[in-house]
Design a binder for this molecule. Structure first.
Ligand code: GLV
Ligand code: MN
Ligand code: MN
Length: 420
């Protein structure tokens, strides 16, 4: 193959993004297609069919990853893998993850139009449930494939008391199988994922492509505060054990850590609940859900220790008992340096400006890095917005990303081994 430039059918890709965005929970604003929900499970069949139409041989694994295989001319070689996810956060957008799955399917269609045949097999994967779910577990599918989904994850309990493992079974998947679903480390030639940036760096610099340097590590926690219910009118302020005030103070402690981060570090409390939840009862119990993220592992572990200590001390002063449960921890993952070079080279050859950028968002790629060399391609997000209905990337930008993905795959295809 001499000309690595493919022609992207932008109209088709746009239509597909539009069609998928119609399979959502209509009772919510924005676009909501959360893992295990009815719309999500319906959309899986649609995506699988789009893969089949593109010429991929499709299988669904135990945990519900949709895996499409494009046979290469020398199937004995280690395969190339690309993909992303099609679940959304509640009231999210139409592009996060979706661009990486539908963009990869478009690469396969474009290869076919251009008569390009790879030497290696190419797998396109729509990973199950990348976004954090009600059980506090993100990247369910890529954790399973990379061998780090555990029996303990399956025991995580959601809001209605059900366990994640039970819900996996309820939607027709196989919880026990999800634990024996792993691919061999070293079994893939390379993994490359196309994704929207979800932040403002590319738009600010005016660059067309982001070459991802590292994916931030994420530690998620649930903190529980237990105080004492009392009459909200008759109990003096200094005689209370107010669990919600202890939680509110913890929210500010968490924020302070994020603001004090030396490198790209952030800390967010995403949810809080108080019980019994009446105007006139001093809250006896509160729970909050929070996360810290950074590409700096040392900072993350320092914050973990400080939060446990500071939140505990403050709650105790208020006469409130506090417990912190760390739900998941994902270390920062640098992309493979050689993969950055291949992506940058592909962008250069296509005439697109690029910039090295860190990813503050988590990705399936962070887990796939356990199986082989890993790289990520970003395209700009308008106004840096994401995880909201305003999330938007113009189709010309998506098209450039798809071209860079195709060119990177072609380059990788002919390399014997991707060196670190
Ligand atoms: C996924 O989008 C995440 O970064 O939480
Ligand atoms: Mn997301
Ligand atoms: Mn995503």
């Amino acid at each position: 193959m001499t000309d690595k430039r493919i022609s992207v059918d932008l109209e088709h890709l746009n239509n597909r993004i539009g069609e998928l965005s119609e399979i959502v929970d209509d009772s919510q604003d924005g676009w909501t297609r959360q893992v295990f929900s009815d719309p999500y499970m319906r959309s899986r069949e649609v995506v699988a069919n789009w893969m089949r139409e593109a010429g991929l041989e499709v299988r669904i694994d135990y945990v519900g990853n949709i895996i499409g295989r494009l046979a290469g001319r020398r199937g004995s070689l280690k395969p190339l893998v690309t993909g992303s996810h099609t679940d959304t956060v509640r009231q999210g957008g139409r592009f996060d993850g979706i661009v990486g799955v539908l963009g990869a399917i478009e690469v396969v269609r474009a290869f076919s139009r251009a008569g390009i045949a790879l030497e290696r097999d190419l797998y396109v994967v729509d990973f199950l449930g990348e976004e954090p779910n009600q059980f506090g577990v993100s990247c369910v599918g890529s954790r399973s494939i990379s061998g780090v989904l555990t029996a303990e994850h399956l025991e995580h309990t959601g809001v209605d008391g059900a366990k994640m493992g039970d819900v996996i079974e309820r939607v027709g998947l196989d919880a026990a199988g999800a634990l024996v679903n792993a691919w061999e480390p070293g079994s893939i030639h390379a993994y490359v994922e196309l994704h929207i940036e979800q932040g403002p760096l590319l738009e600010r610099s005016g660059d067309e492509i982001g070459v991802v340097t590292a994916i931030a590590g994420i530690d998620r926690l649930m903190a529980r505060f237990v105080g004492r219910p009392d009459h909200a009118g008759a109990t003096p302020m200094d005689d209370r054990q107010d669990a919600l005030n202890a939680a509110a103070s913890a929210v500010l402690t968490i924020e302070r850590e994020g603001c004090g981060a030396p490198v790209h570090g952030v800390a967010t409390t995403g949810g809080i609940e108080a019980y019994p939840g009446s105007f006139n009862v001093v809250p006896s119990e509160a729970r909050l859900w929070a996360e810290i993220r950074s590409t700096d592992a040392e900072w993350l572990s320092g914050v973990k220790g400080r939060l446990a200590q500071d939140i505990g001390i403050d709650a105790e002063k208020r006469g409130v008992e506090s417990m912190i449960e760390w739900l998941t921890d994902q270390a920062p993952v640098p992309t493979t340096p050689a993969m950055r070079d291949y992506i940058a080279e592909a962008a250069d050859e296509l005439g697109y400006s690029w910039k090295p950028v860190p990813s503050g968002a988590g990705h399936d790629a962070a887990h796939m890095a356990r199986l082989g060399p890993m790289g990520m391609i970003f395209v700009p997000s308008e106004a840096g917005r994401s995880h909201c209905p305003e999330e938007f990337t113009p189709s010309a930008d998506i098209g450039r990303g798809v071209e860079v993905l195709a060119a990177t795959l072609c380059k990788l295809d002919t390399v014997d081994r991707v060196l670190g």
